[in-house]
Ligand binder design. Structure first.
Ligand SMILES: [Zn+2]
Length: 305
């Protein structure tokens, strides 16, 4: 009896020790946004742990990074961020605080994801932040195009394989599974895409440029005169005219912008407001990348039907 008790206790302790060892062996991935961490989690599977700084219902331009993330970054093997200045307000402080050589600029674990994707709105001339443009280096909302979703997944596959070569086959299989799932989803939402293509719409922020590039919806105007600059009455008057002239039926906006202002423009232009999450976790039930794209595409199609 006693001996059996001791041996089973020992077995439990031994198993717990093994579990701890294998958990420690997992790559620790921290990302700035939930979209990057969702894709990293699919590619990493049970070989990585993921954390993200901003939540899907927050404005990614104005995140208040909690000090607790300094501790996350201190132990991280990978720090992946959107780039193009999106995290410039808080990232240097967090990285300095973390004092982790694995994720310093220039280190293998420091991953500027914007370098792996196809970008829109790259400024041709000198960068001018004085007028409040929050996209001075190009449009950072690139994950809202499935082709960039694939590129992000391939980038994580390469990075994880480089840092953890013994699990490279697993990362490759997971990445293939992600693309297969995305391919199948794309076939499923084809009828919705044909409903959206060519339709005039308005949007609050240029975050929907990549989504429009993919769905072929025609954004005839934005609520913001420049990305990040609040709408002025004169700008809105012009937008209302454009929407009437083109027959735009919806105003697409993220949950964190002013519903009241959008409702005003909608009432004057005969359109309706469509609140659309730009990120994984932005609304209940949208818990991975494919679900985000599917949900947004189907909501736009339904609103234009
Ligand atoms: Zn933006």
């Amino acid at each position: 009896m006693t001996r059996a008790f001791f041996s089973s206790t020992f077995a439990l302790i031994f198993a717990a020790g093994l579990a701890a060892t294998s958990a420690e062996a997992q790559l620790k991935v921290v990302t700035s946004t939930p979209d990057l961490s969702a894709i990293a989690a699919e590619v990493g599977g049970n070989k990585v742990t993921t954390r993200h700084v901003s939540e899907g219902y927050q404005d990614p331009h104005f995140v208040e990074a909690k000090p607790s993330f300094v501790l996350q970054l201190r132990n991280a093997d990978v720090w992946a961020f959107v780039g193009l200045g999106l995290e410039v307000g808080w990232m240097p402080l967090l990285l300095d605080g973390a004092r982790n050589p694995r994720i310093r600029p220039g280190a293998t674990g420091y991953v500027d994801v914007s370098r792996s994707v196809r970008l829109l709105d790259i400024p041709a001339g000198d960068v001018d932040r004085s007028q409040g443009d929050v996209h001075p280096l190009g449009n950072p909302h690139y994950w809202l195009h499935p082709e960039n979703g694939r590129r992000i997944a391939r980038m994580f596959q390469q990075k994880f394989s480089e840092l953890d070569p013994k699990n490279a086959a697993s990362y490759a299989a997971n990445e293939r599974a992600f693309e297969t799932r995305l391919d199948a989803a794309e076939r499923g939402w084809r009828p919705s895409l044909s409903m959206i293509a060519g339709k005039p719409v308005a949007a609050w922020h240029t975050s929907w440029r990549y989504f429009a590039d993919y769905t072929k919806m025609n954004i005839v105007g934005f609520m913001e005169p420049k990305p990040g600059v609040p709408p002025s009455p004169a700008h809105l008057a012009g937008l209302i005219q454009t929407m009437k002239r083109t027959g735009a039926k919806i105003i697409i906006m993220e949950p964190f912008y002013s519903r009241k202002t959008a409702d005003f423009v909608a009432s004057k232009s005969g359109a309706k407001v469509l609140v659309l999450p730009p990120s994984v976790g932005g609304v209940r039930g949208v818990n991975d990348y494919v679900a985000l794209m599917k949900s947004d595409i189907e909501k736009v199609a339904a609103a234009l039907r």
